[in-house]
Design a protein around this ligand. Structure first.
Ligand SMILES: [Zn+2]
Length: 409
């Protein structure tokens, strides 16, 4: 650790020491996770918290939301046009894999066999029947609408503050079993718990989406000619009837909401804890992304072991975290100095924000990160800092000088 902080003036380090700032090297993700939890920086959620009824009401209200309803109506009219085109032979499952299979089958040339002489002209584009062309255009349009609706669900749920995740990443047809896996559920118990939450959040909409999907697949199976394929699909159908969580559904059409929970395993293994997206983001930032943390309450700087002595983006983690400590402790030790200095810092930060540039992008996160990045880079490459952000160079230097002065007293 001493080596990590070799760039610092010894008086500055002695100030940090006197004020009780401690540096710790953490070793594992699990450790960091526990520490985040212990210090209240991370709250795990429980399955009950998701079962609020608010999400369910919100999902129901989507059907009467004017914009959502307008999209639904457009989708319905495009689907009925497709039915007009294909009648019973319409590609039944909207824009999923089966839609693709059906479209491919229907595209096989249906005219008279190609004459020998024509076969020598492979450059001629394949003839797509006009009906198919329209069907393909319809599918494209439907996909766009589906995406639009997905985004709308996301935006509306954020506005409403409802703890659900509609997730545009789940476009197209997906079963809740697959969604559970996406959210990190692995064990049968976890999947069962997720399924229960899906039910709590969606109520009748879940059954409606599954019923429709099953009907479509059954109808597809009924008109299949190939006995082998028909048999395979029949088996899949039996499986789906026994395990409704395996039925793919049109999430967007039926306003299916996804509970905002993630099964998170500290250290990548062991028992999962439930995190909502906000906490997940926080955990990921600290556990995976960030290489250090500073806790002002306990005056503890934590540096990930992997970041110690490493070049590249994590280089300087120790000095960055120590800078947070200096920032807090100078504020506590000399409030009068800090007040003036702070005003200059805020000004420099505001200017950097307006410019949209500083020594790093991370420096633009907030004034605290701004000064920490400044002090880190002051020790890393002073000249570069002075060129890139002279105002930051100056405030960083003044903070260090003040800390040094207090260190020799
Ligand atoms: Zn920081």
């Amino acid at each position: 650790m001493k080596k990590e902080l070799r760039g610092f003036d010894s008086d500055v380090l002695s100030f940090a020491d006197r004020r009780g700032i401690r540096m710790q090297v953490t070793n594992t993700e699990t450790e960091v996770f526990k520490m985040l939890q212990d210090r209240g920086n991370l709250t795990t959620t429980t399955a009950d918290r998701v079962d609020t009824g608010a999400a369910r009401r919100f999902g129901e209200s989507l059907a009467t939301d004017p914009r959502a309803a307008a999209i639904d109506q457009k989708i319905a009219s495009l689907e009925s046009r497709r039915k007009e085109l294909f009648g019973d032979q319409q590609p039944l499952v909207g824009f999923g894999i089966m839609g693709g299979v059906m479209a491919g089958a229907a595209m096989k040339p249906s005219g008279p066999p190609t004459k020998g002489i024509d076969a020598k002209q492979p450059s001629e584009p394949p003839q797509v029947p006009p009906k198919m062309q329209e069907a393909m255009a319809l599918n494209g349009e439907l996909m766009k609408l589906s995406e639009e609706k997905g985004k709308l669900i996301d935006a509306r749920s954020r506005e409403a503050g409802v703890p659900v995740r509609s997730g545009t990443m789940f476009a197209g047809q997906m079963s809740s079993d697959m969604m559970a896996e996406f959210q990190g559920a692995k064990t049968p118990a976890e999947k069962q718990q997720f399924e229960k939450m899906m039910g709590a959040v969606n109520g009748d909409r879940l059954q409606a989406a599954r019923r429709e999907s099953l009907r479509n697949i059954e109808s597809l199976a009924a008109r299949m000619d190939n006995p082998k394929m028909k048999g395979m699909l029949g088996k899949q159908l039996d499986d789906m009837r026994a395990h409704p969580e395996k039925i793919p559904m049109d999430r967007v059409k039926h306003n299916i909401l996804i509970p905002d929970v993630h099964y998170y395993r500290p250290g990548g293994k062991g028992e999962a804890v439930l995190l909502d997206s906000e906490n997940l983001e926080r955990a990921n930032k600290h556990v995976d992304g960030a290489s250090g943390l500073y806790f002002s309450g306990t005056k503890t700087a934590q540096v990930d072991a992997a970041a110690v002595g490493r070049d590249g983006h994590t280089h300087g983690t120790a000095s960055h975290e120590l800078s947070h400590g200096l920032d807090y402790e100078v504020a506590a030790a000399v409030p009068a100095f800090y007040k003036t200095w702070s005003a200059d810092l805020e000004k420099a930060y505001a200017q950097a924000k307006t410019r949209g540039a500083s020594i790093t992008e991370y420096a633009l996160t907030n004034p605290r990160e701004y000064v920490a990045e400044g002090v880190e880079h002051y020790h890393r490459d002073r000249a570069l800092l002075k060129t890139r952000d002279p105002a930051l160079h100056d405030v960083a230097e003044r903070l260090l000088q003040q800390a040094g002065k207090l260190g020799v007293q």
